[in-house]
Design a protein around this ligand. Structure first.
Ligand SMILES: [Zn+2]
Length: 680
């Protein structure tokens, strides 16, 4: 097969889903890897001038060719996971991963980027180009590229030890989770549990040929017990086991306590090698948040305002538990159970009933109408080769009919499709030799397909998910940036990337939008107001408690990595105690060992970054509040400013500058509180 006939090598337009076969993958990707490697080799030659047009631009072009082709392979693997595509994808994955790892370690590339950064050309580059150079230099620096030669081996050793400690932390946690089982032999103890949870527990016991029901600390077994089991003894037993996992109360070889100290010590040393005073500072460099102090102030401000509501939530729960459930003292293992009973008693409604109102045609028309009104664009059906007959294709145009971008919409669940919902990019907007390359996105969901001759209906959660992914899609499609590295979602700080998506979710809670976006599948009637009010109340149920809990985790994580001495005498638990004293309204038992299972920060990428969850929520709520202040969720002036300053800006400008340009001030927490029913 020649290159001319391998459709994966054709980067001239939309992916050729009608002709691409799994048998094209190995040849095309191998060919592109070879081409790109030799391009990198050529461009890093001393003879090549360190200039944008001689180095950065051709490098970006070459890598794009590879990433577009590999993107198609990855996409097909996700939406059409049949054996031949799985094999084709997995067959090339190690090669492709190795290539990108090499790029990140290539010090010759670093030298070229740095030379551009220090050259007289730099000032003459446009904002987007400068940002790309800055990002490259920053990322190489943070991976130790600029350390003196005698410090590099130590830096490398730290990285390797940290990687193995993180892996060990997860393994211990998993092994400790698996080490526990509670066998129930008294059927009376199953009271309150949903039938499927009981059935699963019975099957788990049967598998080991034991009598009774086996409960474990894995979520599908643990959660229903904490939420529904009437047996307080059973809840208490599981809670205790769960919250002491991987601690000194279990097998010594699975204890994460010494690992936590060591991880913190090494992160501190790494930060100092890089010239920072602590690891939290390092973590913030590529993020939107500017300083440790700024994040601390943000979290404390939110805590101050949410705490009275959290106190109210817990008082309400205590009263209810003692009066209605006979639980005089509300223990930690009663909280989930009592909350579920309270929710049912106060705000119960049927998800199934709500679902009857969200028919597919109405929902899509509603979403399109929101996008068109908000951003002054028009959406039209379009045609393109697709990977499955369910997939639809649309175009976004200016009011004058000029093409802005296109997107695929693959709504329904299939056996061969990966779970969840996600937006992915097929083509990214940028300027090429022949003009502007228009962006293309994939929107993928896993909703239920139509049954019989009735249209498909979606739960409100699914509708919210669709709006969320559409927000990511708009960030990608409505960008005006012309340089690949910071176009659309490229180069956007990861604590800012959820802003457009979470922003779009707000429209699923606008009564005026919902009225027009709903039609009962049988009667055609719009969603009744009474049902909407119940949905809203359930959404905000215990939001005070939920907020202070997230703040507790965030502040603990931040302080661990900024004002805690891992070699000092103060323990991690003492610091957690201090944080709880300050922001929490529930004090867990003295034997609770939450840090030992906090894998987000010790085994995931969230070290000194757990706050990002709240941060992004605050930003999107605060942006939406600008529309509320204008008195109209579709206010055209505000919509244009939101498009100009945030949605279209990509990663070309720091996200905090985007926010300030849109809002004219620093982010404030009040809108999030108000939207969660904590308004004052
Ligand atoms: Zn998202």
């Amino acid at each position: 097969m020649t290159n001319m006939t391998n459709p994966l090598l054709d980067g001239s337009g939309l992916p050729r889903f009608d002709t691409i076969a799994s048998s094209d993958v190995q040849l095309a990707i191998t060919e592109l890897l070879t081409q790109t490697r030799s391009l990198v080799e050529r461009l890093t030659d001393d003879a090549v001038p360190a200039r944008w047009t001689d180095f950065a631009a051709p490098l970006s072009d070459g890598i794009e060719h590879l990433s577009r082709a590999w993107g198609i392979v990855g996409h097909l693997h996700s939406v059409n996971d049949v054996p031949e595509w799985r094999e084709a994808y997995n067959g090339m994955l190690p090669e492709v991963s190795r290539f990108y790892a090499e790029l990140g370690q290539n010090l010759k590339l670093f030298a070229k980027y740095k030379a551009i950064r220090e050259s007289s050309e730099y000032e003459s580059l446009n904002t987007a180009q400068r940002k790309i150079i800055d990002n490259e230099v920053r990322d190489f620096r943070l991976s130790g590229a600029e350390l003196p030669e005698d410090k590099k081996p130590r830096f490398q050793a730290i990285s390797e030890e940290l990687a193995s400690l993180s892996a060990k932390f997860s393994e211990n946690l998993l092994d400790a989770t698996n080490a526990f089982a509670e066998i129930v032999t008294d059927e009376g103890e199953l009271s309150g549990l949903p039938a499927d949870a009981v059935q699963a527990a019975r099957e788990a016991a049967e598998k080991e040929s034991i009598a009774g029901w086996k409960f474990t600390l894995h979520m599908p077994s643990y959660l229903p017990v904490m939420q529904y089991a009437d047996s307080r003894r059973l809840r208490a037993a599981l809670y205790r086991a769960y919250s002491t996992r991987a601690s000194e109360f279990g097998a010594p070889e699975l204890d994460n306590t010494p690992l936590i100290r060591r991880i913190l010590e090494l992160r501190q040393e790494e930060a100092q090698l890089l010239g920072y005073s602590n690891f939290a500072e390092v973590s913030l460099v590529p993020k939107m948040a500017e300083s440790v102090a700024q994040v601390q102030t943000f979290l404390r401000d939110l805590a101050d305002k949410a705490k009275p509501f959290a106190r109210k939530d817990i008082t309400e729960l205590r009263d209810f538990a003692s009066k209605e459930l006979g639980l005089a003292e509300l223990e930690p293992w009663d909280i989930g159970y009592a909350s579920e009973k309270l929710l049912q008693a106060r705000y119960a409604f049927s998800e199934q009933e709500v679902k009857q109102y969200f028919t597919e045609g109405k929902v899509l028309a509603g979403l399109f109408h929101v996008i068109e009104t908000l951003f002054g664009v028009s959406l039209k059906p379009d045609t393109a080769p697709v990977w499955h007959e369910d997939v639809r294709f649309f175009r976004i145009e200016t009011p004058g009919g000029e093409l802005i971008g296109q997107f695929y919409l693959d709504l329904y669940a299939r056996e061969t499709k990966r779970g969840g919902a996600w937006m992915d990019e097929a083509i990214t907007r940028r300027r090429t030799a022949s003009g502007i390359q228009k962006p293309v996105a994939y929107l993928n969901c896993n909703f239920s397909r139509p049954v019989g001759n009735k249209p498909a209906t979606f739960t409100h959660d699914e509708v919210t998910t669709l709006f969320h992914e559409a927000g990511h899609g708009l960030h990608h499609l409505l960008t005006r940036v012309e340089e690949l590295g910071v176009s659309g979602i490229h180069g956007v700080e990861w604590d800012a990337v959820e802003l457009p998506s979470q922003f779009m979710e707000n429209y699923c809670w606008e009564w005026n939008v919902l009225q027009k976006m709903t039609a009962h599948v049988d009667t055609g009637a719009p969603l009744p107001r009474e049902l909407f009010d119940k949905m809203l109340a359930a959404k905000n149920f215990q939001s005070g408690l939920q907020n202070v809990r997230q703040i507790e985790f965030s502040l603990f994580d931040l302080r661990l990595h900024s004002d805690f001495d891992p070699t000092g005498s103060r323990s991690v638990l003492e610091l957690l105690g201090e944080v709880r004293q300050e922001v929490a309204v529930i004090t867990p038992p003295e034997w609770n060992r939450f840090p030992n299972s906090f894998s987000h920060i010790f085994a995931g990428g969230y070290g000194a970054g757990y706050f990002s969850y709240k941060w992004a929520e605050v930003l999107s709520a605060d942006c939406y509040a600008a529309f509320e202040e204008a008195g109209n969720p579709f206010d055209p002036t505000t919509g244009k400013r939101f498009l100009d300053e945030i949605i279209s800006a990509g990663g070309a400008r720091p996200a905090l500058d985007n926010f300030r340009a849109f809002r004219g001030r620093e982010p404030q927490v009040d809108a999030l509180l108000r939207h969660s029913g904590m308004g004052v």
